[in-house]
Design a protein around this ligand. Structure first.
Ligand SMILES: Nc1ncnc2c1ncn2[C@@H]1O[C@H](COP(=O)(O)OP(=O)(O)OP(=O)(O)O)[C@@H](O)[C@H]1O
Length: 227
């Protein structure tokens, strides 16, 4: 479902660069991306989600070639087909839990906010133990609750691909496992593709495949060089 072909990427010519001859990620596959800090994990997520464009090569989501889309179509595609979850939760402090979950519908009219969407958002929140906190603001939520809100926001659009950048890095093991259980069962039930950057060795057993970005990056681990 996602295919990368002959991808080359760098920020500036003399900076780190990624070179990915072939990478295919199947529908309902769970892929973990690992590697040391600075080797290009987030850059790969940004390429797949169309946030940055490759210097050369092609990226497909199903039949859609991302590099052929203009900026607005890329944004619409991301909103309709992808759910994004980040380490820092990225909630808006002035919106309550329900409105944070509904944010994708509020920022783009291409997604139509209907009554049943609100019901879906409330049901998702309830399934994550947030049913009694819909009117609460992020400042009064725990870290684990904040991340559950951001997971609900990523799932409310029924994405085909869930893209997560170290979503449990700021959580204790109990909250980490709770979040990962929610993500796992959602992906299993809906056959959603899961792509997750993680440093956490303890969670790798949850994935079908693990790739190390060092296989695609010219990054040199400074500790190894000095050692
Ligand atoms: N906007 C940017 N402009 C220029 N260089 C950048 C930019 N963003 C990241 N880099 C550099 O590109 C390299 C890869 O960054 P990236 O964020 O993809 O790494 P990462 O593996 O996700 O790191 P971490 O695990 O620390 O989050 C790093 O050396 C970083 O300094």
């Amino acid at each position: 479902m996602i295919k990368l072909e002959e991808i080359r990427f760098f920020y500036t010519r003399d900076s780190f660069n990624l070179s990915i001859p072939q990478l295919a990620i199947g529908r309902s596959e769970k892929l973990a991306i690992t590697g040391p800090s600075g080797c290009g994990k987030t850059s790969l997520l940004n390429l797949i989600s169309g946030i940055v464009r490759p210097v050369s090569g092609k990226i497909f989501l199903g039949d859609i070639e991302l590099s052929a889309l203009n900026q607005q179509d890329l944004k619409d595609m991301r909103l309709m087909k992808m759910g994004l979850i980040f380490q820092q939760f990225e909630l808006l402090e002035y919106l309550n839990v329900l409105d944070n979950i509904l944010l994708p519908f509020r920022i783009n009219p291409i997604l139509q906010l209907q009554e049943k969407t609100k019901e879906r958002a409330a049901a998702l929140a309830a399934s994550m133990g947030l049913g009694d906190k819909l009117k609460r603001y992020p400042a009064k939520l725990s870290q684990g609750e904040r991340q559950r809100v951001s997971v609900a926001r990523a799932l409310v659009t029924k994405p085909e691909v869930l893209i997560c950048d170290e979503p449990t890095a700021n959580l204790d093991p109990v909250n980490r496992d709770r979040i990962l259980d929610i993500i796992d069962s959602y992906c299993d039930e809906t056959k959603t593709t899961l792509i997750m950057v993680t440093h956490d060795q303890e969670i790798l057993h949850r994935f079908h495949r693990i790739i190390n970005i060092l296989d695609y990056s010219n990054y040199k681990d400074k500790n190894e060089l000095n050692g």
